[in-house]
Write a protein that binds this ligand. Structure first.
Ligand code: ADP
Ligand code: MG
Length: 239
């Protein structure tokens, strides 16, 4: 097993409130890990630490074997998709997709090739000349995923990417994210509070409570053999 993301003894406090406590997590190359837990348990905080958007109080983060604990977000080899679409409103879809690459001074031919490939995979080619305001919620979220895709990184971080969508779209995009992962075989760390999303997407689920991982196991094990009442109540069988 090749380790993709490795988190060692990670702690984070806001003021004197501990939000993450001595957290360890090893994610294998190509694995789809879901962080599942109630609102406020520290899922986004953990993801933001991995992304480099928050400084850790203690501990280390490795991505593809490299200690990135103090690296800039852009140097970590990750792509991130948030709950709210965070698209540039004044730019077309095409510009939204290409902007980061152009800032990094990638040659135009390479930028165009990556935008083309991402928009084919996500089926957003007909939307390339539109602006975000002209898109539906589901289309915007595809563009947001496309922006992570064009970076051609090994690790994707998703923070509740479907929670602003209605039930039908949520189902469609969930299936599409699963397909995307089957095709790209990249590492996914996916935050949600939705048990169905966790059960259908994850290779392994990490159940979190108060900044601590309660159980980390495949969906079948979590469901059938919850380690404690919290896990059982949150996802496991009623036994
Ligand atoms: P989740 O994503 O699981 O809903 P968060 O990681 O957003 O939870 O938040 C975990 C805890 O940290 C919550 O109690 C939240 O209020 C607190 N928190 C999050 N961000 C900040 C911040 N910037 N300053 C202070 N407290 C924060
Ligand atoms: Mg959150």
């Amino acid at each position: 097993m090749t380790t993709s993301v490795s988190i060692k003894d990670l702690s984070l406090s806001f003021g004197n409130v501990k939000v993450l406590e001595s957290l360890d997590l090893e994610v294998a190359q190509g694995e789809f890990i879901v962080l599942l837990g109630p609102s406020g348990c520290g899922k986004s905080t953990l993801l933001n630490c991995i992304a480099g958007l928050l400084d850790v109080s203690d501990g280390q983060i490795f991505i593809s074997g490299k200690n990135v604990t103090w690296d800039e977000p852009k140097d970590r080899g990750i792509g991130m998709v948030f709950q709210s679409y965070a698209l540039y409103p004044q730019m077309t879809v095409e510009k939204n997709l290409s902007f980061g690459l152009r800032v990094a001074r990638m040659p135009k031919a390479e930028v165009d090739a990556r935008v083309k490939r991402a928009s084919e995979i996500l089926q957003i080619e007909p939307l390339l000349q539109r602006k975000p305001v002209e898109l539906s919620g589901g289309q915007r979220q595809r563009v947001a995923i496309g922006r992570a895709l064009v970076r051609d990184v090994d690790v994707f971080l998703f923070d509740e990417p479907l929670s602003n969508l209605d039930a039908k779209l949520r189902n469609d995009l969930r299936i599409e994210i699963k397909r995307l992962h089957a095709r790209l075989k990249n590492t996914m760390i996916y935050v949600t509070h939705d048990q169905i999303e966790a059960m259908t997407l994850a290779d392994r689920i990490a159940i979190m409570k108060n900044g601590v991982i309660q159980q980390l196991a495949d969906p079948h094990t979590i469901y059938n053999k919850p380690v404690n009442l919290f896990v059982a109540g949150f996802i496991g069988s009623p036994s």
